[in-house]
Design a protein around this ligand. Structure first.
Ligand SMILES: NC(=O)c1ccc[n+]([C@@H]2O[C@H](COP(=O)([O-])OP(=O)(O)OC[C@H]3O[C@@H](n4cnc5c(N)ncnc54)[C@H](OP(=O)(O)O)[C@@H]3O)[C@@H](O)[C@H]2O)c1
Length: 340
């Protein structure tokens, strides 16, 4: 049995979930003749209380100790600064990296893209957590010309809107979501639509254009922070539901990416999903309509995709490749939505 040396960056919600699931799935690794072992776990504060299964002795602030002897890096710390430097250094040394960090992927793509093309970057967990969308868009759905896609990519905004449908005001609903741990440290990332926009940028590069810029997505991003209960009730009276929808579609001979609250007919496939559920509605010229839905956040749900990527790597698959070149923009009339 050889050792698979895993450098883990981060032991928060997802990192702790990863440590637990890795242990539970140990036999899967042994089937490859490998015993997984963490070289160390990089954190900000090694003395912070954590779940009992996170090995205290491995927690450190010493980057060199964690990364020095690794075979693979698992980045679950978040952010675009330090995480970006560590990930790019590892990739530069030819180490495979598995990450859930959509902000990093969205905003520092120019630097990451050559490594993704080389097959060193695995990022299923970055969009819709454990619900697979990155792998289908970089594999099975590539037999199509993408016509459009629309997704509910941020569970916390869905939760907030759902609670507003139950008569809470925006501030109350947000406070409740924060108390339940559904919202990022900086709530603007969620309610301002930025998190959904980060994920849409990742999907756009897989589905239609490897050069799709973050700015092009950011420019058309509007969150739910100005939504009122009255708007939600008015929509309900019209038989509609308001949801924060991230869309990629042909528009005037170009691809357009947009994130904004829209009114969906109550029987629309994306309107059914409440609370922290995520969903992606994909339309391709050959396959037609595909709907993928499931959990989009949480410790175990996200760790599931990280462990999946690790096993995929051991099976010899490369990381998730962006589309090799931009797809022609189809002459196609996309679904239209009424903005809320
Ligand atoms: N939470 C989810 O449901 C979810 C779903 C999909 C994707 N993601 C992505 O997964 C990543 C991790 O999310 P999370 O929710 O697990 O975050 P989190 O709970 O805030 O955990 C972040 C971890 O990284 C460590 N860390 C952060 N900055 C650091 C720094 N500068 N130096 C050293 N260590 C640092 C923290 O150390 P301390 O513990 O000492 O503070 C913590 O252990 C993010 O990219 C996020 O977008 C999260």
């Amino acid at each position: 049995m050889e050792t698979l040396r895993i450098a883990l960056l981060g032991a928060g919600t997802v990192g702790a979930g990863f440590v637990k699931l890795l242990d539970e799935q140990r036999s899967r690794f042994r089937a490859f003749g490998l015993e997984p072992a963490l070289t160390g776990i990089l954190v900000r504060d090694p003395h912070k209380p954590r779940p009992g299964w996170v090995p205290q002795g491995l927690l450190t602030t010493d980057v060199e100790r964690v990364l020095g002897e690794a075979d693979v890096v698992v980045e679950l710390m978040g952010g675009t600064g330090k995480a970006g430097r560590l990930v790019l250094d590892a990739l530069g040394e030819g180490l495979p990296v598995i990450t859930a960090n959509k902000a990093l992927l969205a905003e520092r793509w120019d630097e990451l893209r050559p490594h993704a093309t080389e097959g060193l970057l695995f990022y299923e967990a970055s969009v819709m957590a454990g619900t697979p969308v990155v792998e289908p868009l970089s594999g099975a759905l590539r037999g199509n010309r993408t016509l459009e896609l629309h997704g509910i990519l941020n569970g916390s905004t869905n939760y907030v809107i759902g609670r507003m449908e139950d008569s809470l005001g925006f501030a109350e609903a947000l406070a409740e979501a924060q108390a339940k741990g559904f919202v990022e440290e900086d709530p603007f990332l969620d309610v301002g639509g930025i998190d959904a926009a980060h994920k849409l940028a990742v999907l756009a590069r897989l589905a239609v254009d490897p050069d799709f810029s973050w700015e092009a997505v950011r420019e058309h991003t509007r969150g739910i922070q100005d939504l009122s209960r009255e708007q939600i009730f008015e929509a309900e009276a019209e038989g509609k539901r308001i949801r924060l929808v991230a869309s990629l579609y042909p528009n005037g001979g170009r691809w357009k990416a947009a994130v904004r609250p829209v009114k969906l007919p109550a029987d629309h496939p994306l309107a059914r999903f409440g609370h922290a559920r995520n969903a992606l509605l994909y339309r391709g010229d050959a396959v037609g309509e595909v709907l993928i839905s499931g959990g989009g956040a949480g410790s175990a749900v996200t760790a599931s995709a990280v462990v999946g990527d690790l096993l995929r790597m051991l099976e010899g698959y490369p990381g998730h490749p962006p589309l090799p070149e931009a797809a022609p923009v189809p002459d196609y009339e996309p679904e239209t939505f009424e903005e809320a």
